[in-house]
Design a protein around this ligand. Structure first.
Ligand code: BG6
Ligand code: MG
Length: 220
């Protein structure tokens, strides 16, 4: 089946919010005296806010109640949103705009498939809110990546079959979600090493649109 849509992950693919996530979680873990470093931060890529917190708390001996966990997640999000105020179109990652223009020019639909509940705010900050044909995000799903829910929802919103969609991701959890959805999975950045990605690029400036839209190289 022909590729008719490209679904973009947001954090780490469209915009580099990774550092802000790191800084916000670092403040929370420091306050709680929990060890947290960039290597642990890598494990939070593509994972929901509460699941990210669980990964961080697994490095603590203290047992946190659900109420305490909700408060920590809320505090982290307040710090993160404060940092997001600094985001601007300058933070759009290299190659994104050219790729979006190239896809639009070929009549390929474009969508967002992100675990983030801050997706509308981030898209607004970088000036791309009105550019996507569908936006599926952490506000509209129950199960976070590696579950395929967010990508299946994006395909449904576009009125397309999963096999007609390609996903661009920077996280192993996202590549797994795309494959579980039955979609073509393109790994960039940290996901350029994912063994189950159908195509891999260091960043979007290296991505060849014609190769992206080619269907006969999909691995199941
Ligand atoms: C993903 C990020 O896009 O969104 C994760 O890669 C993050 O690191 C997740 O935990 C949830 O984000 P938010 O904005 O809802 O806290
Ligand atoms: Mg990501």
């Amino acid at each position: 089946m022909k590729i008719s849509a490209v679904i973009f992950d947001l954090d780490g693919v469209i915009v580099s919010t990774d550092e802000y996530h790191y800084q916000a979680w670092k403040q929370i873990s420091d306050q709680e005296n929990i060890y947290f470093d960039r290597e642990i931060n890598e494990k939070l890529r593509g994972v929901s806010r509460m699941e990210s917190l669980d990964i961080i708390l697994s490095h603590s001996d203290k047992a946190y109640s659900e109420k305490e966990k909700l408060l920590l997640a809320q505090r982290k999000n307040e710090i993160y949103c404060e940092l997001l105020n600094k985001l601007s179109p300058n933070d759009i990652l290299p190659g994104v705009i050219n790729l979006l223009i190239g896809l639009k020019g070929r009549d390929i639909k474009i969508a967002i498939g992100s675990s983030s509940r801050n997706t509308p705010f981030i898209l607004d900050q970088i000036g791309l809110a009105a550019n996507f044909d569908a936006i599926a995000d952490g506000n509209s799903i129950k199960k976070s990546k590696p579950d395929p829910e967010v990508f299946l929802l994006a395909a449904k919103m576009l009125g397309l079959e999963p096999e007609e969609c390609a996903v661009i991701e920077d996280a192993q959890a996202g590549i797994d979600a795309a494959k579980a959805a039955g979609m073509k999975a393109v790994g960039i950045g940290s996901a350029a090493n994912c063994l189950n990605a159908d195509m891999k690029f260091q960043d979007l400036t290296n991505l060849d649109i014609n190769q992206l839209l080619e269907v006969n190289q999909i691995r199941s």
